[in-house]
Design a protein around this ligand. Structure first.
Ligand code: FNR
Length: 342
């Protein structure tokens, strides 16, 4: 099957399978504050991940890549949303364009539509330094996402079977690029141990990409006969991953992603220690169902609702929101009880 066809298949399957609330964020409760002493008009949503300043803690996470006209159209649409709402945006894996220059236009359209915004390049951990430099140059990108997708590769019959050397390659990319590198999971969550290793090789931003939203094991399994169902429930939930990485790994910026749909999901992720949240499947679903204007409307609503939640908690900034008390219950509590905090 061609890479382009596979990507389009992903899009349609992701929309159908990725919108369940399995991310563990429903285990997190805020403690109501009757005296918030704050005004909605004073709430600031700007934040920082590593050295990158974002005007919103919500960004469009990596989706689609190298899929010809349809993915070019989706990239253009998402870039219009990112420009209209002043959101950062990551593109999907650029490996198709690294291997075939004709595909470059399906990515460059993002920079054309959003000439001044924060755009993140994207490649997998198999990428070389040279490929990473080309991916950044292609978009004049402000940062480079390196995705870690071991489970997706294992589930695909044509996927990788050798995962040696990834950390070394990431270290070389970190040292060679003059933009920050974001190491990201793609829906199976990041452990504190993995995050620590990435930090030790110089990664300054980690996207936990937790279990509970888009599920590439389910997506790949549904498309073929030889099912690897045992990976369908595999992974660290977004809530558990955020909690363990933020408790154990200092000195990095954390991104919360994996099943984020609502302003409450965003607020809880930030309160668990994230500095920003990435939305993929949810925004793609709205785009495919209802178009660009609906996605813009959705983002505006998310921002307004987030401001209301922040005021109710007595917080006027993302850094204040990161400090509010939380009560953690259910599976997320059980997970954290059994995980050492170093
Ligand atoms: C993705 N995702 C992804 N990630 C990445 O780093 N490179 C990629 O090329 C892609 N491609 C891709 C295609 C489609 C159709 C979807 C829905 C997602 C993964 C994405 O960035 C994110 O990590 C996961 O989807 C989990 O977030 P959500 O979808 O649950 O919000």
């Amino acid at each position: 099957m061609s890479r382009a066809k596979r990507k389009i298949d992903h899009i349609h399957h992701a929309i159908q399978t990725g919108q369940h609330r399995l991310h563990g964020l429903d285990d997190i409760q805020f403690v109501h504050n009757s005296l918030p002493d704050k005004s909605v008009k004073d709430v600031q949503l700007n934040t920082k991940i590593g050295e990158l300043s974002l005007s919103s803690p919500i960004f469009i996470n990596a989706m689609t890549g190298g899929g010809g006209l349809e993915t070019e159209e989706i990239n253009r649409s998402l870039a219009r949303v990112s420009s209209a709402c002043n959101l950062a945006m990551a593109v999907g894996s650029q490996m198709a364009a690294i291997k075939n220059e004709e595909e470059e236009k399906t990515y460059r359209v993002v920079r054309q539509e959003n000439p001044t915004g924060i755009i993140l390049a994207n490649l997998g951990s198999e990428a070389t330094v040279d490929q990473a430099k080309r991916a950044v140059d292609m978009l004049e990108a402000n940062g480079m996402q390196i995705h870690l997708n071991v489970i997706q590769e294992l589930v695909m019959p044509e996927g990788d079977r050798d995962f040696t050397g990834a950390l070394k390659r990431i270290e070389q990319i970190v040292n060679a690029l003059d933009v920050p590198v974001i190491a990201k999971e793609v829906g199976f969550g990041m452990s504190a141990a993995a995050a620590t290793k990435l930090k030790e090789v110089g990664v300054s931003i980690i996207d936990v990409g937790g279990y509970g939203g888009t599920n590439f094991s389910k997506i790949e399994n549904e498309r073929r006969e030889n099912h690897f169902h045992f990976f369908n429930d595999w992974g660290i939930s977004t809530a558990a991953s955020l909690a363990e990485v933020s408790q154990s790994v200092g000195g990095i910026s954390i991104i919360g992603s994996g099943g984020i749909q609502t302003a409450m999901d965003v607020a809880k992720s930030l309160a668990l220690g994230a500095s920003a949240t990435g939305l993929a499947g949810r925004l793609l679903s709205v785009l495919m169902d209802s178009g660009i204007e609906a996605v813009i409307e959705e983002v505006l609503e998310l921002h307004e609702e987030l401001r209301f939640i922040m005021v109710a908690l007595g917080t006027g900034s993302i850094s204040e929101l990161q400090q509010v008390p939380l009560v953690i219950t259910g599976k997320t509590y059980d997970w954290l009880c059994q995980r050492p905090v170093s």
